[in-house]
Design a protein around this ligand. Structure first.
Ligand code: NI
Length: 226
């Protein structure tokens, strides 16, 4: 499932992120790339252990926790501390698949990357190119979202970032280990939850609504790995 999630960050949080990122020190994006993707990756990144990266990362993790659509769609077990990248002057990231397992920096924990996520930070009209292009069995999807909006997609997908030919593209990106590893099962739970939410506005006390909530939880109990 490829899902845009609107307004993960407020306009104030976007402005704060841009202010911090404009003053930040950027390093070569190869630092977090795997062997294959390093050859395709041409951009810059904020050092993972920098104060700016940690502070903005914590702000984003807080925003994600309180976002019902993100939680419903991702069913997060662990979220990788967000990283930040910068593309300009023709920089791009060729077609690749993200690494399956990531060590969470500074901890003994590893995370299986079930979902990949990008939060767009720059205004779309401030740069040309820079679309995130995700390939799945339904075709090729080109994504360029307003600042503060997030795109969530299965980490199993081939994807690339088109060259940025004007301006600067700033974004945050991270991975999620979901309680439900399988994209099909997770999508089914998301669809069921969405239907229940719709129903509960008008028929919250209907016995069938209660039954559907029960089915949701019993499926989650069957499929969740903690
Ligand atoms: Ni990637």
């Amino acid at each position: 499932m490829l899902l845009p999630v609107a307004e993960v960050l407020t306009s104030q949080q976007v402005a704060e992120s841009l202010r911090v990122l404009e003053q930040a020190d950027w390093v070569d994006g190869h630092v977090t790339a795997g062997h294959q993707s390093a050859r395709a990756k041409h951009n810059r990144q904020l050092a993972e252990d920098s104060a700016a990266s940690r502070r903005l990362g914590e702000m984003i993790l807080g925003a994600l926790q309180g976002h019902p659509l993100f939680v419903s769609a991702a069913l997060p077990l662990r979220v990788f501390p967000p990283l930040f990248n910068r593309y300009e002057g023709g920089e791009a990231f060729g077609t690749h698949v993200d690494n399956a397992v990531r060590q969470v920096p500074g901890t003994p924990h590893r995370l299986r990357t079930d979902l990949s996520a990008t939060i767009f930070l720059s205004a779309p009209d401030s740069y040309d190119g820079g679309e995130l292009v995700v390939e799945d069995t339904y075709g090729v999807h080109s994504v360029k979202l307003p600042p503060g909006h997030l795109i969530l997609y299965p980490a199993t997908s081939l994807h690339h970032v088109k060259p940025v030919t004007r301006g600067v593209r700033l974004a945050a990106f991270f991975w999620v280990q979901s309680m439900v590893r399988d994209d099909g099962q997770r999508t089914l739970l998301f669809d069921l939850d969405t239907a229940i939410q719709g129903l509960s506005h008008e028929h919250a006390d209907h016995p069938s609504a209660v039954q559907l909530v029960g089915i949701y939880h019993n499926l989650l109990r069957r499929w969740a790995e903690l």
